[in-house]
Design a protein around this ligand. Structure first.
Ligand code: LR7
Ligand code: MN
Length: 501
């Protein structure tokens, strides 16, 4: 029933412990716990009561579920596959296509092939080289023959009733692109916690100007439109990327993905932007729940933080962001990555007569923070020591932002701060906050001043009116502190007082 498994490592034998550690290291989740749970485990029915009584009829388009993987754990991958088989009405599930993105782990070779051969409707394709998740999905998509393509990461769990509401929306209009509510399966215990089912708690998609996806709460105007209904599709500016349904016809019309995207990243926003800009609608379906194992780190971190991510993002910015690409560029001002040829993608956009990015921002995501309104931006350099304030960011979770000091690297990124028109100090949607009373931490920007208000004053101090204190570089220690305002150079900060272009 989705309950957690707790492993007490002190009771494990030496051999078990080394197995446990191997799993953690290899996958960044607790594979040892996952292996103890049935790959057919049951789950509670998470849907709101309004959802359970909906009848979608029998005349739905059929789905091809595409699951790509690179070195995935056995039990986690197969739980993904079986959750789909066990919880999809057979008449609506045409096929499951697994794409192995050039894995090296033994269990994914012959043993997986033999396992899959015994399953109905499931096929396994091997990418001939490491293709990255985008091209691996394209390989899978090309094998599909169903009217609808449903993409899932290889560490997911479909829950009761997940598929029909997605298919139903596509039946109503083939340009609807749908995302389920994504349940956060715990990477330590594999618990499937009760997901959000109310408009106050459900998240939809936003993005930061570095073109990283972010979860945001449902904007006020959308809540009004939904009038508290808990079963209606919720318009979403973007998708996280891993779990969605799209009609094969529409995916083809939109030019699938940019096949130049390598390894990881960017494809989620590319598809989100062009869905809206080129005539479609992107929605979160509150009656469809699918779990995903969220990790703190990625097992592929080294690949991800290197060039491919930046290159993918730059291609998205060049093709889709129009004049707003300057905001993206400002987050990475000295990047020289060559993005290759984008003429084909520009031609695609032209041929589809897609709307402008300005239209998208005004109509689909008016809540987005526009750095152009900023009072100051760039690095925040200490006058006392050659250090800059750095917001250590992790690509894969939203809660892992940390403030620290670092030598000034002049590369933007985690040292690219914006002082907004209402005096927040921001790194994309994250703000300095005095919640810790004496130290400064980062929380989601709330726009309500108080603990998130910082005045960059003429004397180069940064002042928080709420506490009446100033931001100070401590003599020792690595946290940014709040202290009574004095003349010390440790309270003087150098910031470029001009907004970005
Ligand atoms: O080279 C690779 N080849 C692969 O086949 C790299 C990855 N992969 C596979 C991998 O095994 C996994 O099944 O691709 C899938 C996604 O990789 P993850 O799980 O490491 O990515 P993620 O969950 O951290 O990242 C999110 O953003 C990605 C951007 O490119 C993709 O869109 C992922 O699908 C996406 N995941 C989700 O949207 C799940 C919801 C979580 C969020 C946010
Ligand atoms: Mn994932």
């Amino acid at each position: 029933m989705g309950r957690p498994v707790y492993i007490n490592t002190s009771t494990l034998s030496k051999e078990q412990l080394s197995q446990y550690k191997y799993g953690q290291r290899k996958y960044e989740f607790n594979c040892y716990a996952s292996d103890m749970i049935s790959i057919h485990r049951t789950l509670p029915d998470f849907r709101a009561p309004e959802c359970k009584s909906l009848d979608y009829g029998d005349e739905l388009p059929r789905a091809c579920v595409i699951v790509i993987f690179h070195n995935e754990a056995w039990s986690v991958l197969l739980r993904t596959v079986h959750s789909v088989i066990d919880r999809s009405p057979p008449q609506h599930l045409k096929e499951i296509v697994l794409v192995d993105d050039f894995s090296s782990l033994e269990h994914l070779k012959q043993p997986l092939q033999e396992y899959v051969d015994k399953l109905d409707k499931v096929s396994l394709i091997r990418a001939p080289v490491r293709s990255g998740l985008i091209r691996a999905r394209l390989i899978g998509f090309d094998k599909c023959t169903a009217e609808v393509a449903v993409f899932l990461d290889s560490h997911c769990e479909a829950t009761e009733g997940w598929l029909p509401p997605l298919l139903h929306r596509i039946k109503e209009n083939y340009t609807n692109v749908l995302v389920p509510i994504i349940g956060a399966i715990n990477y330590e215990t594999f618990e499937y916690p009760a997901p959000a089912t109310t408009l106050d708690t459900i998240s939809v998609g936003g993005f930061h100007w570095n073109l990283i996806f972010s979860f945001i709460s449902i904007p006020q105007r959308e809540r009004m439109r939904l009038n508290n209904a808990r079963h209606l599709p919720i318009r979403s500016a973007t998708m996280a990327g891993g779990l969605f349904a799209i009609s094969s016809k529409f995916f083809l019309e939109l030019g699938k993905y940019d096949s130049e995207f390598d390894i990881w990243g960017g494809e989620n926003l590319e598809l989100s932007f062009k869905t809206w800009m080129c005539g479609g609608t992107l929605e979160t379906i509150p009656c469809s729940h699918v779990g995903h194992v969220f990790r703190v780190r990625s097992p592929m971190t080294r690949v991800k933080t290197a060039h491919p991510v930046i290159r993918n993002m730059k291609r998205v910015a060049e093709v889709w962001l129009d004049e707003f690409k300057e905001y993206f560029n400002a987050t990475n001002p000295h990047d020289k990555t060559d993005i290759g040829d984008i003429s084909e993608r520009l031609a695609l956009r032209k041929n589809l007569h897609c709307k402008s990015f300005k239209w998208y921002l005004q109509n689909v995501y008016p809540e987005v923070f526009l750095p152009g309104k900023a009072k100051a931006s760039g690095e925040i350099r200490s006058s006392a020591r050659p250090l800059c304030i750095d917001g250590e960011r992790r690509y894969f979770t939203d809660s892992e932002y940390k403030l620290k000091f670092h030598s000034c690297h002049n590369q933007g990124g985690n040292q690219y701060w914006i002082i907004s028109d209402n005096d927040e100090i921001r790194l994309s949607e994250w703000c300095w906050d005095t919640y810790g009373r004496l130290a400064i931490s980062m929380y989601r920007c709330h726009g309500g001043k108080h603990r998130q208000e910082f005045l960059y004053r003429e004397d180069d101090s940064i002042y928080n009116p709420d506490s009446g204190k100033c931001v100070e570089l401590p003599e020792t220690g690595s946290v940014l502190i709040l202290a009574d305002c004095t003349d010390t150079s440790r309270q003087k900060w150098i910031i470029n007082r001009k907004p970005p272009k």
